[in-house]
Design a protein around this ligand. Structure first.
Ligand code: AMP
Ligand code: FE
Ligand code: FE
Ligand code: ZN
Length: 285
């Protein structure tokens, strides 16, 4: 069983449509794939409609959170997408991404680059808009060679010249909301230090006590020593340890299934969830 529990589509900042994503996941030899777009479940219906036989879809989302000024991401799996409290919080975060992206465009214009909101809006399409879309505009304009090269202090990195904060949820509130919607909460890439400051272990311990289910240990942004440390921390705190690609299509270099989750851990996630069931593929449209 090959299980990849963290992937993005054009519903947020990935480049595969949800239908392309599930087809590519099957072609990559995956048995289970999770669709976890930033702050939205908009891609789920299309992914389910296109789901190939032999591939199971785990519905989810990646929620933008912040604790003590440190941004972090919380993966939410198999929650009820209609549960009103979590739905309202997702909408709040997603809607605030629009004025925030417009503000980043204005900052970049002040820095002398002729980017426009129309360009960024075209790139984002109907996906929840984020820095990778703004970064893609900078690539189109020849300002930086790749999306990653826009995540520097000169441009869009946390605290960078063109960076603007968005509304982000307190992670303890996120855990409460996810559990309240029958979902499972996994702290995404908790030690991805190249993205900025990371959350201290003392705070992770408090999240574990508040019902956090797991830590995403195997991820491209964690070096081997970091994975060993995180696996140990998960063991100490009684947390599940997951692994996943955090695939973004052509916006990142990682491949589908490059990092995977142990089948027993996946089984435990499905047993804990009460908000939704994994969806077995029936052949797709
Ligand atoms: P946002 O949610 O709009 O603040 O943008 C965060 C997203 O930017 C993450 O989900 C990643 O997809 C992407 N990202 C963050 N850091 C980097 C980086 N160093 N290189 C490439 N993409 C990044
Ligand atoms: Fe992303
Ligand atoms: Fe993330
Ligand atoms: Zn992600």
């Amino acid at each position: 069983m090959r299980i990849d529990l963290h992937c993005h589509s054009t519903a947020s900042d990935g480049t595969d449509t949800p239908a392309e994503l599930v087809r590519n996941a099957a072609a990559a030899g995956l048995d289970v794939v999770a669709l976890t777009d930033h702050d939205t479940t908009r891609g789920h219906a299309e992914a389910i409609a296109a789901l190939p036989a032999g591939l199971t879809l785990v519905t989810g989302a990646e929620l933008s959170c912040r604790i003590d000024g440190i941004s972090m991401h919380m993966l939410a799996y198999l929650f009820d997408p209609e549960e009103p409290a979590l739905l309202a919080e997702r909408e709040l975060v997603r809607d605030d991404r629009v004025p925030r992206a417009r503000a980043m465009v204005a900052r970049i214009q002040e820095l002398g680059v002729p980017v426009t909101w129309e360009q960024v809006a075209r790139i984002a399409g109907d996906g929840s808009v984020g820095r990778p879309h703004v970064a893609t505009a900078l690539v189109e304009l020849g300002v930086v060679p790749t999306v990653s090269d826009a995540f520097t202090p000169d441009w869009l990195a946390d605290g960078g010249r063109a960076f603007v904060e968005k509304h982000e949820t307190d992670p303890f509130e996120a855990i409460r909301l996810i559990k309240g919607a029958g979902g499972v909460a996994v702290f995404a890439h908790p030690a991805a230090s190249k993205r900025g400051r990371t959350v201290p272990e003392s705070a992770i311990a408090k999240m574990a006590a508040a019902g956090l289910d797991g830590l995403e240990v195997d991820h491209m942004d964690h070096d081997p020593d970091t994975r060993v440390r995180l696996r140990g921390l998960a063991g100490e705190l009684g947390l599940l340890a997951t692994g996943s690609s955090d695939y973004h299509g052509s916006r990142k270099t990682v491949a589908l299934g490059e990092y995977t989750t142990d089948p027993e851990v996946y089984g435990e996630i499905t047993r804990r969830a009460t908000g939704a069931f994994p969806v077995p593929g029936t052949g797709g449209a």
